[in-house]
Design a protein around this ligand. Sequence first.
Ligand SMILES: [Zn+2]
Ligand SMILES: [Zn+2]
Length: 410
Amino acid sequence: MLQLSTNLTQEEIKDLVAIVYDDAVNLRRLFHENPELGFEEYHTLSVIKKYLTDLGIEVKTGIAKTGLVGILHGKEKGPVIALRADMDALPIQENTGTSFASKKSGVMHACGHDMHMAMLLGAANALSQVREKISGTIKFIFQPAEEMLAGGKRMVEEDVLKNPDVDYIYGFHVWPELPIGQFGFKSGALMASMDSFEVSLKGKASHGAAPHQGIDAIVGSAQVITGLQSIISRETDPLDSVVITIGELKSGNGFNIVPESAVFKGTVRTINKESRQRVSQDFKRIIEGMANALRLEAKINYKSGYPITNNTEEFVDHASRLAEKLFGQNAVVHLEKPSMASEDFSFYLEHVPGAFIFLGVQDQAGGSHKLHNERFLPDEKAMKYGIGLFIALATNPFGTRGQAPSPTLN
Ligand SMILES: [Zn+2]
Ligand SMILES: [Zn+2]
């Protein structure tokens, strides 16, 4: 049994946050000005590498192309705690008007990953100053390509969780639905799985005046698409949540021609493994059956994407207790419902326990724009809370896998 040996009080943690905060703000602005898309985060990587190296933290690169791992050994023995930030920006033209707006046309940090990195670097700075108060090893994971490219999956495949083997992992996402100063916690499914599909239906072209001589791919796809929604309305438990969205449909070349083919694309979201598996089968059954009935030939490409972000209860409790001790009862929000958005943090949670936590960034006017919006620009003050909780998590080890949580923040 590991002894918990933290010596940091709330005041000491808050003092540390105050010491590193300006640096974190500067880093956030630097990242924000220089956004890079998934697996192209070379400038970002060089900034992180230099910063951690200057702090005396061991750095490993060459993982998942543009990923990086920092390793900080504490004085005492203890678990290996991974703290993760994602690095990539989005293909969005920024429209915030801020002095540190993106210098790159059509690329923007519109999902807050600039703040995730700055908070983790702020925490790394603080922790490097109190190395003797750390029991165990802190692994700082900087992961590329969270947006759609599954950088987290590649990090896991390239053994980010090994050598030293990670006992558990934490990460934050800035969350505009919650005010600054609050954290959103939830055990179990926090975010949905995300699978995607492309379906092509092939019929036969004919003159628009002679539909009987063709096989209409537009009428067929309209019926198939409507039919798919019966998976939600008739085959899914009303108390479960599943989304099937078709976001793209293409067919036809002229108003008076029966089209030969139609292609539609979309996404499926679920919040439990059984539904995820079932829907993928129901989806194929309905399309194949209906296409057959309508004399269409169907080709289905169904791609498994991000898993459900499945938080481990004990680690959610551990983090929420630390947040409460550090920032008071009001800082802790227990979320009742998962988000149907998805996150590739889920890949880490398939291998080690841990928790993904939402960090409130809604400002006083209640007007923080939504994620992936061209005006999204969360207030940097929210980072104080994220850095503080990162420090608390790193200096209050849960113990090794399976042990009861016993946070001992003074
Ligand atoms: Zn995003
Ligand atoms: Zn994100």
